[in-house]
Design a binder for this molecule. Structure first.
Ligand code: ASP
Length: 350
């Protein structure tokens, strides 16, 4: 009998050691009725020293406004899809970010915007690409998800449908910003595309010209449903007709209640080639990685070596928030129902 007990104990100890040394075991569970939202306003060569106090405050305030808008929806029992939508609307309406009002210019001197939204409960998704008359592209992505049998509509077709559903349309002049045009003029004619925030790394670039970025949000509501959304003007000097990672479900945007929700920002082509957001989700689901490990693997071992840069925000099925980036900085913030909240913009804290 003693011998049997001893053998069982040895096996147990062996399994415990094996588990501890090979991977982290996720033991936490979602606190009932808890909720959270995380947002980003783009990644790139963002360093604190490039921003004066006034500029830092302007960003912090807008991020806070977006977070609070989404948080209020969740607090009042609203669904995560609505929460991310209102948070993204706030950033789309601000010229500070590369989405909606602040969208960057393509090589022809026009804006073409992409957006996507995904429901982690049903895996329903909607996306639009290459539009330039829809004031809030994330609303049109939601319309595609809710009101069509499709996942992605592009260009004129997307605009016609958005209009027929009463989504606010604007003249393309609404998206004009002198700063954005200056960014384009500096690289137009070159075979170069530029991450919005990286604009300031260019010589002689004025600080005011590079305070913009793709926007995204991920939320989990009181029922534990996760949603993710992203909206962008793409990359400065991109080719006419170029579509980035943002509206590609699984590349720049992904949500699945089994794992997590993710919104990405960065050099889109690399996020498409690595199917980045879905890859993070799969690493969590099938390889048992923690969210932090999965983000690190994709950003630093897959996207980085290919030459890509950017970041991702994430909420997992337990309501835990994570983010990571391999660029210098990323505008980012979160707010959780346990009172934990943070807004960061620049280099990772030491
Ligand atoms: N990922 C976006 C794109 O490639 C750009 C960005 O995140 O700033 O279109």
């Amino acid at each position: 009998m003693n011998k049997i007990l001893y053998t069982l104990l040895s096996v147990f100890i062996f399994i415990s050691c094996e588990t501890d040394s090979t991977k982290k075991v996720i033991t936490t569970e979602r606190i009932p009725n808890s909720f959270a939202i995380v947002i980003h306003g783009g990644a790139g060569g963002i360093k604190r020293k490039y921003f004066n106090e006034e500029q830092q405050n302007a960003y912090a305030q807008k991020l806070e406004e977006a977070l609070n808008a989404g948080y209020t929806v969740l607090e009042n029992g609203g669904v995560s899809l609505d929460a991310i939508q209102v948070a993204i609307n706030v950033m789309e309406d601000s010229p500070l970010f590369n989405a909606g009002k602040g969208a960057v210019y393509n090589s022809e001197g026009n804006q073409e915007m992409d957006a996507a939204i995904m429901d982690g409960k049903t895996l329903n998704s909607g996306a639009i690409a290459g539009v330039n008359h829809i004031k809030n592209p994330i609303l049109a992505a939601r319309m595609v998800m809710d009101s069509s049998k499709h996942v992605m509509l592009s260009g004129k077709g997307a605009e016609i449908m958005a209009k027929s559903y009463g989504i606010e349309m604007v003249d393309s002049s609404y998206f004009f910003t002198k700063k954005r045009l200056n960014q384009l003029r500096k690289i137009q004619g070159k075979e170069e595309i530029q991450l919005d925030h990286t604009a300031f790394l260019m010589k002689h670039e004025l600080i005011d010209d590079h305070k913009f970025g793709t926007v995204g949000a991920v939320a989990i509501d009181k029922n534990g449903n996760i949603a993710a959304g992203t909206s962008t003007g793409g990359m400065t000097n991109k080719k006419y007709g170029r579509i980035g990672d943002v509206p590609i479900i699984g590349a720049g945007t992904y949500a699945n209640n089994l794992t997590c929700g993710i919104s990405a920002t960065g050099t889109g082509e690399y996020f498409m080639r690595t199917v980045a957001a879905h890859e993070v989700s799969s690493l969590i689901q099938y390889k048992g990685l923690t969210a932090e490990e999965a983000l690190h693997e994709v950003l630093f071992n897959q996207i980085g070596p290919l030459g890509g840069e950017g970041g991702m925000i994430l909420i997992d099925k337990n309501g835990d928030v994570s983010w990571d980036f391999n660029s210098t900085g990323m505008f980012r913030g979160y707010k959780k129902s346990d009172g934990d909240t943070k807004i960061e913009m620049f280099e990772k804290p030491e």
